[in-house]
Design a protein around this ligand. Structure first.
Ligand SMILES: [Zn+2]
Ligand SMILES: [Zn+2]
Length: 177
């Protein structure tokens, strides 16, 4: 699911839709936490090493929730950052306050901790994220693919293992933020 759609879904489901539109970007440099937010002109930054690369060989606990995949972790991180914004919108202190923890618990998170152990190969300065147009799987690469590539999982499942245009991976250079 595209990030903005996920944001809208979570906004409606957990925050009564009161959160304003919010820019969401990926960063390779952010490694202190899996995500962070600037609330004034809302902007969420997500960590490529911690949210995408860290799930190469197993799951992690994020905000007190066991996440087996990057999709699950992404959801928890967005929820966490959105609580900060939810407090700010209501003119409340927007740190990890008592109100923050109450809301977090209400939407299924027992902890505020959202650090994820970085993968061993952490920290190239630039890179590419590829997304499958069909299943939204994300692939992280240091370098750009030199040719057109398709999603291996979808091609295996729906095209007998052959290259199929429908499952082309769309690449985007990771912004450093
Ligand atoms: Zn936080
Ligand atoms: Zn796919």
């Amino acid at each position: 699911m595209p990030l903005q759609e996920l944001y809208d879904e979570l906004n409606a489901r957990y925050f009564e839709g009161i959160l304003p539109p919010c820019e969401i970007v990926w960063s390779r440099r952010l490694t202190r936490a899996a995500g962070n937010i600037r609330v004034q002109t809302p902007k969420i930054t997500l960590s490529v090493p911690l949210l995408l690369e860290a799930f190469g060989n197993g799951g992690h606990t994020v905000c007190g929730v066991w996440c087996a995949s990057q999709e699950e972790a992404l959801r928890e991180i967005l929820k966490h950052e959105m609580i900060h914004l939810w407090l700010y919108v209501q003119k409340l202190p927007h740190g990890h306050t008592r109100e923050f923890r109450l809301k977090a618990r209400e939407i299924g998170q027992s902890r505020t901790r959202h650090q994820i152990a970085p993968p061993p190969s952490c920290a190239p300065k630039s890179g590419w994220i590829y997304v499958c147009a069909a299943c939204e799987a994300r692939v992280v690469r240091r370098r750009r693919f030199g040719r057109r590539v398709a999603c291996a999982k979808c091609c295996r499942e729906f095209a007998g293992g052959n290259f199929d245009e429908r499952f082309l991976l769309r690449g985007a250079r990771v912004k450093s933020a």
